[in-house]
Structure formats: C-alpha cells, structure tokens
Design a protein around this ligand. Structure first.
Ligand code: HEM
Ligand SMILES: *[C@@H]1O[C@H](CO)[C@@H](O)[C@H](O)[C@H]1NC(C)=O
Length: 319
C-alpha cells in the first residue's frame, strides 16, 4: 500500500478535520450573537411560562425536537401544516393525536419575529425549547448549537418509517438510532427522556395485559386507567414515580420491571443495554452527562446550513 508524504499527509488531515466540521453543518452556539442577541432569554421565558401553565408541555417540547430530527434531520419539517395539496408529517402514525407543543413554538416564533424579524429558524427554536424544557423540569443543561435552517419540504412517509415504534425490540431500536448516526449508548441515554411526559393506553395496553417481564402491582395499577378495550386515549405517566421531574427514576423503574412501553423495558431485559441502565439507575450524574452529550449529537443530525433551505416566516408554512 502506498502511504502519503509529510505535506500530503498534513493536507489529508486538514481535509478530514474540515470535512468532519462540515458533517456537523457548522452549527455554533454564537450563531445569532449579532443578529438576535436576546434569543436565549426570549425562548427561556416562553418555555418557562408554558411549563408553568402545564408541566407536561416540557415533555412535549422535548419530544418535538426528537421527532423533528429523526425525519430528514433537524429542519423544522414536523412543524409544517397539511394543506389540501400537501401532506406533511403531523398526521404520520407516530405524530398524529400525539405530538404536542406546536402552539408554544408559534408563540416563541412570533416573539422572535418581533425582536429580530426573519432571522431565527424554526428548527433552532425547537432545539432551544427542548433544552430549556429539560432544565425547567430539573434536568441537565447543554450548549445548544445553532444555525439550522428550515426545510422547504416535509416527509409523511419518512415520518412513518424512521420514527421508532413503541413495540420495537432492542436490536431494532439500536439499528434505527445507528441509521441516524447515534450510538447504542446515545439511544439508551436518550430513552431517559421518558422520565417525563405521558403515553396513551393504546400504546401500552398489550404490555400491561400480555407481557410477563412486568411488575404485577404496576400492571394492575396501570390497568385501572387503561381497560382491555376502550379508553384508547387515556394517558398515563411514562415515569410512574416522578412524572414531571427530570431525574433517573426512569432507569430505576426499568430495573423493577416498571417500564411503561415495551420499547422501554427492552432496555432492561437481560440484553446488552442492562449494564448501562444499571449504571444510570445508581448514578444520576452519569445519566445527566450522557443525556446532554446525546442531545447535542441528536441536534446535529443532518441540519440544513448556509443557504440551503430557508428561515420560515411562519413555522407552519413554507415561505
Ligand atoms: C427509543 C425509542 C423511542 C420510542 C419507541 C418512543 C416512543 C414514544 C411513545 C409511543 C410515546 C407516547 C406517545 C403517545 O402515547 O401519544 C412517547 C412519549 C414521549 N417520548 Fe418517546 N420514544 C422513543 C425515544 C424518545 C426520545 C429519544 C425522546 C427525546 C429525547 C423521547 C421523548 C419522549 C417524551 C418526552 C414523551 C412524552 C411526551 C408528552 O407527554 O407529550 N422519546 N415516546
Ligand atoms: C427484532 O424485530 C425485527 C423486526 O420486527 C425482527 O426482524 C428481528 O428478528 C427481531 N430481533 C430479535 C432479536 O428478536
């Protein structure tokens, strides 16, 4: 095999560094420093108000970022409304009657349009709102990278295939996250988002009536609000212990077979994820630190940057 000479090698190294930056889309936490300096307090304030009004909204805003990023990158595509001639992502199976928080993004967008018109993308608003929600509910913080641009499209079919199913097994979850450039470790840490928020009966009915790797008392108590037929939309907390607090109880629940979703309990079921779940159940700071890292990684999925895409005027409509 032919190896490179010194100068040639340095050039290759420089290229590799440049390319890996380009792959991260040149996002930076100072992107709006000059163009919209009050972006941080404007988003933080609006998220605080929304969460004060309804704690669950913090969970909903976190999930909104996840469902945006997993469908062709963090590009605000989930926010686009359907029209008579265009079917977007909002009515995809994993989103319909389930994803919430669009109105909060609208409020933030209108305040930012007032402060610095035409500057801040909807995709970046969703990324900051997710972080501020986690902080508001007692979780870790992380530096949100900015500079994403908004898509001029949305994909119903990608939303239906790329978002993971609550009935998936561990190997499917690992490969779906790997397809997005996220590791199994990231996936296990990110699943800790289910320490907040709620799921509907229809999503966990088969788990609480049919599965055997479940705590009996937990199954019985969940059945009270989720009958074997009917009540499909009845909500229950994903973390039965502290539903509105961002902590490591999700992992403690898994160890005591109190995961609400099938896709939660597969992370602690005698497989390759068990050790990491055990670590997080004992060490909240290990969870917080890995969650923060994984959120930055998730926020870096395939952003539109530079002159690609657009900065939407209204998050619900392509300009
Ligand atoms: C590992 C694969 C995952 C699966 C299969 C999954 C699935 C689900 C399902 C089915 C629900 C309940 C939806 C409903 O009943 O309407 C839910 C809720 C939620 N998910 Fe996930 N999820 C996953 C990963 C994540 C990730 C990575 C995050 C964020 C980082 C996240 C954040 C949330 C939050 C916060 C809620 C509650 C939302 C609310 O109360 O409005 N999930 N998830
Ligand atoms: C996991 O689920 C996929 C898709 O349903 C299936 O093809 C695969 O065999 C399952 N793997 C295991 C280990 O059960």
């Amino acid at each position: 095999m032919k190896t490179c000479g010194l100068i040639e090698c340095l050039n290759i190294i420089a290229l590799v560094i440049l390319c890996s930056r380009a792959a991260h889309g040149q996002l930076s936490s100072t992107f709006y420093e000059d163009s919209c300096p009050y972006i941080w307090p404007i988003v933080r304030e609006a998220v605080a108000q929304a969460v004060e009004k309804e704690k669950r909204m913090g969970a909903s805003l976190l999930r909104l970022h996840f469902h945006d990023c997993f469908v062709n990158g963090c590009d605000g595509s989930i926010l686009v409304d359907d029209t008579p001639t265009f079917k977007g992502e909002k009515n995809a199976g994993p989103n319909a009657n389930s994803v919430r928080g669009y109105e909060v993004i609208d409020i933030i967008k209108s305040r930012l349009e007032f402060a610095c018109s035409g500057v801040v993308s909807c995709a970046d608003i969703v990324a900051i709102a997710a972080r501020d929600s986690v902080v508001e509910l007692g979780g870790p913080t992380w530096p949100v990278q900015l500079g994403r641009r908004d898509s001029r499209t949305a994909s119903l079919s990608s939303a239906n295939t790329l978002l993971p199913s609550p009935f998936a097994n561990l190997s499917t979850l690992i490969s779906q996250f790997q397809a997005q450039g996220l590791s199994a470790k990231d996936m296990i840490a990110l699943s800790g988002a289910h320490t907040i928020g709620q799921a509907r009966c229809t999503i966990f009915r088969s788990r609480i009536y049919k599965e055997s790797n479940i705590d009996t008392a937990f199954a019985t108590s969940m059945q009270a609000n989720c009958p074997s037929s009917g009540g499909d939309n009845n909500p229950s907390p994903l973390d039965v212990a502290t539903p509105t607090f961002f902590d490591n109880n999700y992992y403690k629940n898994l160890r005591s077979l109190r995961g609400l979703l099938h896709s939660d309990q597969v992370l602690f079921n005698g497989g390759s994820a068990d050790a990491q779940v055990a670590t997080y159940s004992m060490d909240p700071y290990a969870f917080f630190s890995d969650f923060a890292t994984a959120m930055v990684n998730m926020g870096n999925i395939n952003p539109l940057t530079g002159t690609s895409g657009e900065v939407r005027k209204n998050c619900r409509k392509i300009n």
